[in-house]
Design a protein around this ligand. Structure first.
Ligand SMILES: Cc1cn([C@H]2C[C@H](O)[C@@H](COP(=O)(O)OP(=O)(O)OP(=O)(O)O)O2)c(=O)[nH]c1=O
Length: 195
């Protein structure tokens, strides 16, 4: 079977950012599924392998009907080999912001697309992000704004945090949650007729 014309795309993500970013490619998912997988890193797993594995597992966790293709992603922030997952509490967020203050970190975003024939393809995007050295007052003001909670590394580039970021080298959409260059390539390879 080939996928062409009106391809039914399932977005395997509960992230509103991924849906919004997908929209920038002119793609509207036919349905959204929330993959429920264990996001615990394996012992000794490096951040790139971790991000890739999670996107693949999220995509595979969604049962598909005939003709559907599925897209999933993962965004992981890493300082060296240390993985910073989503900040769940303000305390976790403060600790993450102190760690990334004034030094470079990696923001690794993975995408996995499984086509209608069950063929899985995945890509990684890796971006270097450098925050200014953050004072305690800056960290507290940022935590108080609430935007970084539930986000990898405790910040969201698509908001107030951007004014604290001195430099990024890589993909802005990747840091937000879905690297559009890689996503476009994977969807085209899966048979979606994108321009
Ligand atoms: C670094 C950064 C992360 N994030 C978000 C993107 C992701 O939603 C989140 C990382 O968590 P993920 O586990 O990648 O995604 P999720 O749990 O939100 O959604 P799902 O697994 O269902 O697809 O952090 C931003 O929105 N902005 C940023 O600048």
């Amino acid at each position: 079977m080939t996928t062409s014309g009106a391809t039914a795309l399932v977005l395997a993500s509960s992230s509103p950012r991924r849906r919004e970013l997908l929209g920038r490619l002119g793609v509207e998912p036919t349905r959204i599924a929330s993959p429920d997988i264990d996001e615990t890193p394996l012992p000794g797993e490096n951040p790139r392998a971790y991000a890739l594995r999670l996107a693949q597992e999220k995509a595979r966790a969604v049962p598909l009907a005939a003709g559907e293709i599925v897209l999933a992603g993962d965004t992981t922030v890493a300082v060296g080999r240390r993985i910073l997952s989503k900040a769940e509490t303000p305390e976790e967020q403060r600790a993450m912001l102190r760690l990334i203050s004034g030094r470079r970190h990696q923001c690794i975003s993975s995408v996995c697309v499984i086509d209608a024939n069950g063929h899985a393809r995945a890509r990684l995007s890796q971006t270097i992000v450098i925050f200014k050295p953050l004072s305690t007052a800056e960290i507290e003001a940022y935590v108080a704004c609430g935007e970084g909670l539930g986000k990898a590394g405790g910040y969201a580039i698509q908001g107030a945090a951007e004014a604290l970021i001195r430099r990024i080298d890589g993909s802005h959409s990747g840091v937000m949650g879905l690297p559009l260059y890689e996503t476009r390539a994977l969807l085209r390879a899966a048979g979606m007729p994108l321009g």
